[in-house]
Design a protein around this ligand. Sequence first.
Ligand code: NAD
Length: 484
Amino acid sequence: MVAKTIPVDPFDLVIIGGTGDLARRKILPGLFRRMCAGQMPDEARVIGASRSDLDADGFRDFVREALEEFAGETQCGDGAVDQFLAKLDYVSLDVFGDKGWKELKASLRPDVIRAVYFSVGPSLFGEIARKLSGHGITDEHSRIVVEKPFGHDLDSAKVLNAELRACFDEHQIYRIDHYLGKETVQNLMAVRFGNALFEPLWNAQHVDHVQITVAETVSVAGRGGYYDKSGAMRDMVQNHLMQLLCLSAMEPPAKYGADAVRDEKLKVIRALEPVSPAEVVRGQYNAGGDVDSYVAHSEDPNSKTESFIALKVKVANWRWASTPFYLRTGKRLRGRMSEIAIVFKDPPHSIFEGEFKRKGNVLVIRLQPDEGITLRVTIKEPGPGGMRLTEVPLDMSFAEALGDQVSFMPDAYERLIMDVIRGDQTLFMRGDEVEAAWAWVDPIIQAWQDAGDTPVAYDPGGAGPDDSLMLLHKDGRRWREIKP
Ligand code: NAD
């Protein structure tokens, strides 16, 4: 099966922070891969901008190295790298000074789509917005892309929103959450709303509970200073897990469109009940193997920041009353795994006798590794031994279903950047969504700060603290296994 690519219109994309880590690892290689896939028109141009004192050739050298390291397998032939480098330009500028802004304006074309990617920390967002509009670099047709973290609490998110909205309309602002650009996340919507099979069962009457897991094997080494001010709740739950929760729980939107989808997601966030401290487990990893403990990478040897969190979340509406959503995420766990598991209730009555214990069906939407969808179903055990039952997975791995094409599928950043150029905001967070998510998260954090809560220790290489197992055990449930 050949993945179709629809070319976008000609554009100028400015990357402020174009010499940073995100640009080097994701944005620039992603744009190169889109060119290779035939999605980038000949007239497209990419302008790097940062305080690094480079000229255009110096930036091209930087990008050439980035492509060698991070572009991976592409459909490109010889000469593609040079073809991509020819699209690049560079302006050295200072966000807080006057240097470079006039040059940036002069380097842009009037008659193409104009997008500016803020690939910098959020403390620069407001000033960049003011400089862009103050210098007339952007107008009401331009688009801006901003990176996470979008604030560290409700107040700071409101300030960021106000700063951006002072210069741009909401329809121009693309807040990236790269989880939303993943193929499987969009497939969740396709599975739910493109089939008649699941939606009638997608409610508290038939779903026992939902588990959302984002497990990582990595430590915080190299970003301990940043992470310590954030923690798993702010770094992962407020954005990525919240988005997965919304897409799993939302009502069918009237159509697949930016505001229709985001309105439904917002309703889910607003329906979340406050979480009591008894329904939260915070953990911090110990030393183990050749990896240091969490605090070894933090600037504070007494840090109380969590590197793991598990929560029981209730969505207070007709569809989900009495069906909990369990969320967990953590670092230094046994395996790297992101998935949403919809655990259906047992059949109401079993006609079969014997030892077979009835188990409900489970639909698993895997984001990583091996993106795909599995449905666990009960069948008869093969053979002549009478009517014995067993469970098998109906497994759809994208790698198997799509063959070689899967290696050329756009990664989340590629897809999202092309959506910006197309002007499609469906997979971007709207300002009110972000604020509603913080409004739910803030009291949870405040409660453990008020209580002086200390995270429980957990050994690296496992499934997190035992207390998180208890969170489900006491409800008569168990987490799905985190495989190595
Ligand atoms: P970085 O420190 O590697 O790069 C920052 C870039 O901004 C550099 O190009 C630097 O020259 C430029 N810059 C900084 N201050 C400037 C100023 N005053 N004037 C002009 N240019 C200036 O950071 P990064 O890792 O690329 O991250 C950028 C943003 O993306 C951050 O908000 C980060 O949290 C977010 N993010 C990064 C990643 C990642 O994988 N690196 C992933 C998700 C989100």
